[in-house]
Structures are given as structure tokens and as C-alpha cells.
Design a protein around this ligand. Structure first.
Ligand code: LMR
Length: 397
């Protein structure tokens, strides 16, 4: 019966992570998957999360089904976190918000919804982008194209090439944008470039689909949401997929959200209804625990402040790892080669290493990077900077 089923070739990130876990070498270092580790190399359980969990356990509740769209308190809280409490789009109830199974779930629900209501549209993603963007949109039936983004020569965004490409995209197509901490390159647009992009998106009537999986890891909660808030202030209809895996360190709880910004409350209600239908056909309704934790943290000014300062400390640690690796690498590499670390931002950077060099890094030195050359700086520690430097220098020779 199943003879025709092919072997799964694996996922460039998740399968590599499994390989890492099975690697018996004690000196192994995992800088592949996008997971934040603390200075001890451990996954943190945030203090605000622990306290919220304790208060939830102190008042046990029955576990009925959540509605298809998820928990109301969670949806309201995460919408305000993203758009800002006093954003006009929030007060005018123009945003349809769904609780989703992580950021991937938000992209999938959004993609299925778009496939039903924008069947003629094609999807455009940055070159490069997170591999799963291709898989999710192609899986929903879309033709997925790329627009130029990263230029290895300048170790940053080639904004001119990006602009020219977007100006030529057919009207009504869908453009996937990374709101901050671009995955995999760490190369982001500045505020003026976002403004320029908004003009193109409006004039071509393109539909932006933002992915924001790292809010707070780039410049700060508010700053990282700049593009989304700015586009929303112009009334540009859009979708946003958000994740709380990283900024709440709640990976396994699968907490995400999909927001669809509409022109008015009536449209938002209709869109919400169709998103509910998509969820019903996929998994009926989302789980409770992670959403309750996040709603509890964001709903208490004390816990929210605590979470915020913990997040700030995480961001500062990532930044210091970036600086530390730069200081360690720059004298050991040809001039300018380590500069990517200073030009890029957030959890990831694009090292410029080839697939062969990444393979050598893994096989000879037990240092894991994603095959594209992406490094996760958020998993680096003071202790691992020196062995990682040595391994990178050797593997690039
Ligand atoms: C990553 O890019 O490493 C993370 O977002 C984890 C994942 O699901 O790929």
C-alpha cells in the first residue's frame, strides 16, 4: 500500500538539530537552530513565565475547548503588543487576530486563507529566506518567487535591487517581508527604506505578509514592530504572522498569532470567520496552556515589566556575543570578512561560509551552522567564542 511513499529528505534546520542531538562528541556546539540559550548554554525558563505558571497552577481551571480563534485575552494582549495599545487600527477593531500554533501555524493559516480568496496571486519571498516560507506557501498551492535581498558583496541588503524588483511585481501579488531580524541573514531595512517600500506596496496594490518571529531581539519591542505599525498607520491591508517561541522562550508551547489588518470592522469580522473555518479544517482549535501563560504575563503590569527586562537582557546578551565573536574573528580573517557581524542584527548572521565549509565545521570541529552559512549568535556563549573562532578560521582555510 505504501510502496510509492518516498523517504523524507529532511528539513535543513530541524533535521540538522536532530543530528546535533545524536552527535556523541562532548565538545559539540549548536549554532544552527534559532533558539536562544543563556550564558550557561541552557534554554532559559523566564522568571515572568515561571511566576505566571505558578499563579495558573494555584487556580486550576477546567480544560474545555478553546474557540477556533483561540483565547480572547491572549488575542487582545498580543494584538496590542504588536500594534501598540493606542493604534487606531486596534481601537477601530479593524484587525482580525487568531491564536495559532507558533509562527509556522500563523503562516499556514494565512497561506490557506489567501489560497482560497486570492487564487490568482503569486507569492514573493526574499532571496534568501527561511526555508519553510517556500514550503508553506508552495504547500498551500502558490507559485513562490524570490525578490533580490541580500548582497554578499556588501554583507547587507541591496535595497535598490529589491525596490526595482518590487516595482515590477504584478498588481495584487503577495509579498512576504521580515519585520525585523531577517532570517537567515540578520540584514534589516532601516526606517527610511521601510517608508520607501510602503510607497511601492501601496502604488502596486501588493499585499504584504509580515513575518515577525523575533520581536524584541533586534532593537526593542516597539522598534522591531516599526514597519508593521507604520504600514498599519497608512491603512495598508496586510497579514502578520507572529511567534512567541523566542521572546517568551516557550518553543514547545507553540504560541503564535495571525493578524489580518482590514479596512473596517465588518471586513475584519468576515476575515476572522474564514480564518476560523481554516482552523476547523486543520486542527479545530488551539491549545490552552502557553496562551494562558502569555495572557497572564501581558495582563499583569508587574509580570509584563519583569518579562520586558528579561527580554532586554537577552537582547543585550545576543549583542555582546555578536561583538565578542567579531573581536575574536576580525584579526584572524582577511580584512572586512568579519564585518558582517557588525552590519547585521538580531539572532542570526550570514557568515558567507559555503556549504562545504559548513560541512567541514560540523564534521571536523562539531560546530553546527545551517547549510546556508547562517549562524545563531543567540546560542553562543563566552566560553564557546574561542573554539567557534578556531573552527571557523580553520574551516575557511
Ligand atoms: C529557525 O529558523 O531556526 C527557527 O525559526 C526554528 C525553525 O522552526 O526553523
Amino acid at each position: 500500500m505504501f510502496e510509492h511513499v518516498d523517504a523524507y529528505p529532511g528539513d535543513p534546520i530541524l533535521t540538522l538539530n536532530e543530528e546535533f542531538l545524536h552527535d556523541p562528541r562532548p565538545e559539540k556546539i549548536n549554532l544552527s537552530i534559532g533558539v536562544y540559550l543563556n550564558e550557561a548554554g541552557q534554554l532559559p525558563l523566564m522568571g515572568a513565565v515561571r511566576k505566571a505558571e505558578q499563579s495558573i497552577l494555584a487556580q486550576p481551571v477546567k480544560r474545555t475547548y478553546l474557540p477556533m480563534e483561540g483565547m480572547l485575552d491572549y488575542r487582545n494582549a498580543v494584538r496590542c503588543l504588536l500594534f501598540g495599545e493606542d493604534h487606531q487600527a486596534v481601537s477601530e477593531k479593524r484587525i482580525a487576530t487568531m491564536q495559532t500554533l507558533g509562527g509556522s501555524g500563523a503562516l499556514k493559516i494565512g497561506a490557506d486563507f489567501l489560497a482560497a480568496y486570492f487564487p490568482g496571486a503569486q507569492v514573493w519571498v526574499s532571496d534568501p529566506t527561511w526555508d519553510n516560507h517556500h514550503a508553506i506557501f508552495a504547500g498551500a498551492g502558490f507559485v513562490v518567487n524570490s525578490y533580490p535581498y541580500y548582497d554578499p558583496g556588501i554583507q547587507h541588503v541591496n535595497f535598490e535591487a529589491m525596490q526595482t524588483a518590487l516595482e515590477a511585481i504584478p498588481v495584487g501579488n503577495i509579498v512576504l517581508l521580515h519585520a525585523c531580524c531577517h532570517n537567515p541573514t540578520g540584514a534589516d531595512l532601516n526606517t527610511q527604506q521601510w517608508r520607501d517600500l510602503a510607497t511601492i506596496i501601496q502604488s502596486r496594490s501588493l499585499l504584504p505578509f509580515f513575518d515577525i518571529a523575533y520581536q524584541g531581539f533586534g532593537q526593542g519591542i516597539k522598534e522591531d514592530a516599526f514597519a508593521i505599525r507604520y504600514f498599519a498607520s497608512l491603512g495598508i491591508p496586510m497579514l502578520v504572522a507572529g511567534s512567541f517561541s523566542k521572546n517568551f522562550s516557550l518553543y514547545g508551547e507553540r504560541c503564535g498569532a495571525l493578524h489580518v489588518l482590514c479596512n473596517d470592522e465588518g471586513q475584519a469580522n468576515n476575515v476572522l470567520g474564514q480564518l476560523k473555518a481554516v482552523v476547523r479544517r486543520n486542527y479545530s482549535s488551539p491549545p490552552t496552556h502557553g496562551a494562558r501563560i502569555i495572557a497572564t504575563v501581558l495582563g499583569s503590569s508587574e509580570l509584563r515589566d519583569e518579562w520586558h527586562s528579561e527580554l532586554e537582557a537577552m537582547r543585550a546578551r545576543i549583542q555582546s556575543m555578536r561583538e565578542g565573536l567579531y573581536a575574536s574573528l576580525q584579526g584572524r580573517m582577511p580584512a572586512g570578512k568579519a564585518d558582517f557581524l557588525r552590519k547585521q542584527d538580531g539572532m542570526f548572521s550570514f557568515t558567507g561560509m559555503t556549504a562545504e565549509q559548513v560541512r567541514r565545521l560540523r564534521e571536523e570541529f562539531a560546530v553546527y551552522l545551517v547549510g546556508s552559512g547562517r549562524i545563531c549568535l543567540a546560542a553562543l556563549t563566552q566560553e564557546s567564542i574561542v573554539p567557534v573562532t578556531e573552527a571557523m578560521v580553520q574551516a575557511m582555510n
